[in-house]
Design a protein around this ligand. Structure first.
Ligand code: ACM
Length: 637
């Protein structure tokens, strides 16, 4: 008898191992994964058991819609069924380790169970579960796959930080509410829980404010230009403000409710007192400068001089006047409406990059400074920040601002979003402010992720490996002040949602892991393998993403004889770079890069492509030799 049991056991193991296991590739990396032998096959019809509660229903609806669409299975949700293949459980006895967002996912040969203290944990457990299924699960149509099998395992998981955000700028370019929802759909898959919605700018005011209708009647529209934003030519005769759009208050409520179903909160940003040209054009009385009646909403022409550093010298006054009582009446009404639309506990009031050269010339601001005994112009912004912070607090909300708000004096109750590196955040935390880290150094995903010859030009580059280095909690800072981190997508050079996706993914995966996963669980090599495993998932979902991690980086330099040579580097160390100087398109039969390439004297361009063995993984990049020569003279551009 013993013998037979053993043989049955052995054959079960052999069967289990005979099926090849795809490596588990969950992003962000869970706290712990215990892999086991064998699989669990999803049955058809498929039963899901879950407690009867609205927030849980949002989770089970999500899962059953997804399963029905891609598997074609008959999927039913039943609150009570003990034999269900997928069991969602809200723990009766709270598990302190899991917190609000954590979960346990167990897959054995009988069923799948996801346990959590809160429905949000169930949602994240479900996202991990979906990532264990083949990429076709992400498709919006029925897959040809007929057996959907899950690896048996046990996962325990919870986030490192409570604030895991992405910022989307809908002001430089407008994104419809459907596009914003599409953006939210992808972030939620990677356990982001916050969309920072940058709603107002010099280029457009995008949220309906009923007490100030011209904000959107006038302020939401600008001249339509395409090309390299920031350098556009002067207005031509006959050009009218035809580009733009805004969200009605009904739209906003719809997006907020949509996001909430996926446990994503929305942080609204009304960016004041700088970046406010659209508001000034709509209501010129909010300015301290004469002649603003003739201004127009910015369409991408140059309006700031950055040559003197920060703050910039403005060529037009794009600020709300800190010395004008009408501005505070305006802010009171705007904040009242915003506070009613967004249930999230914070309201972001910007504060970044406010130019001060017009304030320095303003009699009203000078009088304010005298009256309030302000000794430098930055304190005029501090005065403004303190007044608007009180307005926000009077509506039961907390104010957040970019790190510039620290410079003019700000109450402790204001939260700080550190963008000019981590420095502002460190200083703010030491002063006792709540902090969200979103430093340019690691999280500015509007920066180019590959060489500028292939990308819309932006003044800086941020490659995937650098985003992966992001750690929101610097040494020597008390963890309780650091709420978490986020990546920011400014959209000057982003004209459509496809490009917004391309810029976000996969760098958004690196940030997701930086804000969710335990620090000791992060591993660049393992991460890149997982990223590659997620590309087919993005393909199936028809979400655009960048394959820039396969692109080499070009570094020209002069050798000892004064000849130019080029150093090529890849972010991944298992790739081979093939190249040509003869203008033809290289493939894996072409020479491979071994050492810095000496540029032949007549070469016109260097063309490169990356392979892994015989598999082409990168795109062909064509680098003009003249561009390399230019970079020799200006290496940091
Ligand atoms: C910012 O990037 N101006 C916050």
């Amino acid at each position: 008898m013993k013998h037979i049991v053993f043989l049955i056991f052995l054959s079960a193991i052999m069967q289990a191992t005979a099926q090849t296991k795809t490596p588990v590739s969950i992003i962000p990396e869970p706290v712990s994964i215990k892999e086991k032998l064998g699989f669990f096959n999803l049955p058809n019809p498929l039963l899901i058991a879950a407690p009867d509660a609205q927030e849980v229903k949002n989770v089970t609806d999500y899962l059953s819609n997804k399963l029905k669409t891609s598997t074609g299975y008959v999927v039913t949700v039943d609150a009570k069924n003990k034999n269900a293949a997928i069991q969602f459980v809200i723990l009766k006895q709270q598990d302190a380790q899991l917190g609000t967002e954590g979960y346990r996912l167990n897959i054995n040969d009988k069923n799948v169970s996801i346990e959590a203290n809160h429905p949000q944990g169930l949602f994240y457990g479900m996202q991990s579960l979906l990532q264990l299924l083949p990429p076709d699960i992400e498709a919006n149509q029925k897959s040809p796959i007929t057996d959907w099998k899950l690896p048996q395992l046990e996962i325990v998981d919870y986030p490192r930080f409570e604030w895991r955000g992405l910022m989307l700028d809908v002001a430089r370019h407008f994104f419809t509410k459907e596009e914003v929802m599409q953006y939210i759909d992808v972030m939620a898959k990677y356990k982001y829980n916050l969309l920072h919605w940058h709603l107002t700018e010099d280029e457009g005011w995008r949220i309906e404010i009923k007490s100030f209708p011209k904000l959107t009647e006038v302020g939401a529209w600008r001249i339509d230009r395409t090309g390299t934003f920031g350098n556009f030519k002067p207005i031509q005769p006959g050009e009218k403000p035809t580009y733009g759009g805004f969200y009605t208050q009904e739209d906003i409520k719809e997006v907020v409710a949509y996001a909430k179903k996926q446990f994503v909160d929305i942080l609204p940003e009304i960016d004041v007192p700088g970046h406010s040209l659209a508001a000034v054009v709509a209501y010129p009385e909010l300015s301290c400068t004469k002649g603003v009646e003739n201004y127009h909403v910015r369409y991408g022409e140059r309006i700031m001089d950055w040559s003197q550093g920060h703050p910039p010298i403005a060529m037009v006054d794009n600020t709300l006047c800190p010395a004008n009582e009408k501005v505070y009446e305006f802010m009171e009404k705007v904040v009242t409406e915003v506070a009613q639309l967004f249930p999230f506990e914070y309201i972001h009031l910007g504060g970044d990059e406010a130019p001060m050269n017009f304030w320095e010339k303003s009699e009203a601001v000078q009088a304010l400074m005298k009256r309030e005994k302000l000794t430098n112009i930055k304190q005029a912004q501090g005065y403004f920040t303190n007044r608007v912070e009180k307005i926000v607090a009077s509506h039961g909300k907390k104010m957040m601002g970019w790190d510039e708000i620290l410079e003019g004096g700000v109450p402790k109750s204001a939260a700080v979003m550190s963008w000019r590196g981590m420095k502002g955040g460190i200083e703010a935390a030491k002063e006792g402010h709540e902090v969200v880290m979103s430093p340019t150094t690691f999280t500015y995903i509007d920066y180019m992720q590959a060489d500028r010859i292939t990308e819309p030009p932006v003044y800086a580059t941020l490659r995937l490996n650098k985003t992966y280095e992001f750690d929101p909690l610097p040494d020597g800072v008390e963890a309780k002040y650091i709420k978490g981190g986020q990546a920011n997508l400014w959209t000057e050079q982003i004209y459509n949602i496809r490009q917004a996706e391309y810029m976000t993914w996969p760098r958004g995966l690196a940030i997701a892991e930086s804000v969710w996963s335990l620090k000791e669980k992060k591993n660049w090599q393992a991460f890149t393998k997982k990223v590659e495993a997620h590309f087919p998932r993005f393909d199936a979902a028809e979400t655009k993403y960048a394959r820039a991690m396969f692109d080499p980086d070009f570094r020209p330099r002069k050798n000892a004889l004064g000849r130019m040579e080029v150093v090529l580097r890849t972010e991944l160390d298992d790739l081979t770079i093939h190249y040509s100087f003869d203008n033809s398109e290289p493939d894996h039969f072409y020479p491979s890069y071994q050492e810095p390439l000496l540029v032949p004297i007549d070469a016109y361009r260097l063309r490169v492509v990356t392979y892994r063995g015989k598999e082409k993984v990168g795109r062909v990049l064509t680098m003009p030799i003249a561009e390399l020569e230019r970079r020799l003279d200006a290496p940091d551009e």
